[in-house]
Ligand binder design. Sequence first.
Ligand code: NIG
Ligand code: FE
Length: 402
Amino acid sequence: MDFRIYNIKSILSWDPILDKLVCKDDKEIFISNGIIKNIDNKVNQTSNDIDAQNLVLTPGFIDSHTHPIFIGNRANELAMRVSGKSYEQIARQGGGILSSISDLRNSSIENLYKISEFNVCNVYKNGTTTLEAKSGYGLTVDDEIKSLEVIKLLNEKLQIEIISTFLGAHAIPPEFEGKKDEYVDLICDEMIPAVAEQQLAEFCDVFCEKGYFSYDQSLKILETAKKYGIMPRLHADEFVDSNGAKLAADVSALSADHLMAISDDGISALKKSDVIATLLPGTTFFLGKRNYANGRKLIDSGIEVALATDFNPGSCTINSLPMIMQLAVLHCGLTIEEAFKGVTWNAAKSLNRHLNNGVIKNEYNADFILWDIESLDEIPYWFGNDRIVSVYKNGLQIYSRS
Ligand code: NIG
Ligand code: FE
């Protein structure tokens, strides 16, 4: 279907060539079969045209790090944190990631689909049009495959694009306690080949962190995944410096995520690589911590920074990228323009979608948000306060505020 969007107040989009935010007033956009074909003062009219009602138009937002495939919730852990326990202490005492595993293992794929579908559809209203989703709460061959099958079905059935990441190395399951290397072997010898055979994941992630997977174990997993054509990204240096950023550079990961505890050596390693540093300030906030990742230092070192929600049942239930933008500008030292780049262009790069997603440009996907705002500043300013009027994916409306 062809149509024109007219009466747009302004188009705000990152310009990758100029490497700056560009604001275009009084333009119209012509879209054909979900792809932007022309942006001009006047474009061809059709009988399906959309009146943008003098609203601001931006690209759809890209959430490049989420864990939406889970059952139940861990609200009890919030209460434990309120009474003084840290996320790490709760995890050591049997809570944390492991406490989400038994529910998922006991769940049918239909039930898991239903709950995960709710999690995913809940993000449309926040302007997310592309979402990376990880497995990681199954930790057996069958339960990881079940989780990835749910992601595949969600991508097929829902209107937004859902990009699949295998995260079998999210934690060490209880049956492998004290036998971490054996679990790493299971991931490398059975899980990755099965995932690759069924083409269920584009990326492989590892929680490279003290108490979870070491540099060497993570390296083995990510190198194995690469041999099967599954590209690496990782949870790096979230709570303590675990050489995660260096590992991301060493394996040419697309992204190193969290980085609250990145060392100066880690920064030097990222600087020499093309790895995108993905910051997840919602997690720092949700866990009541103070040590937000130093985005300013990363950007000033020449590293490209993306932002994501990390939506998951344990360390962050925030699913709104506009909220994450506010946390990033207040606590990670980003400017508002850098935060915008982080949820559009840099997020697209971190997911290898920068050839068709992340900016408003000819031949790019017609993924866009219409905002009831006067300026870019208002996007992070209205914290959790709805200024999104409608959201489009591939030229189709997926959300409308009524
Ligand atoms: O990114 N750090 C590892 N994974 C998640 C937490 C998942 C959970 O607690 O269930 C994170 O913070
Ligand atoms: Fe995460």
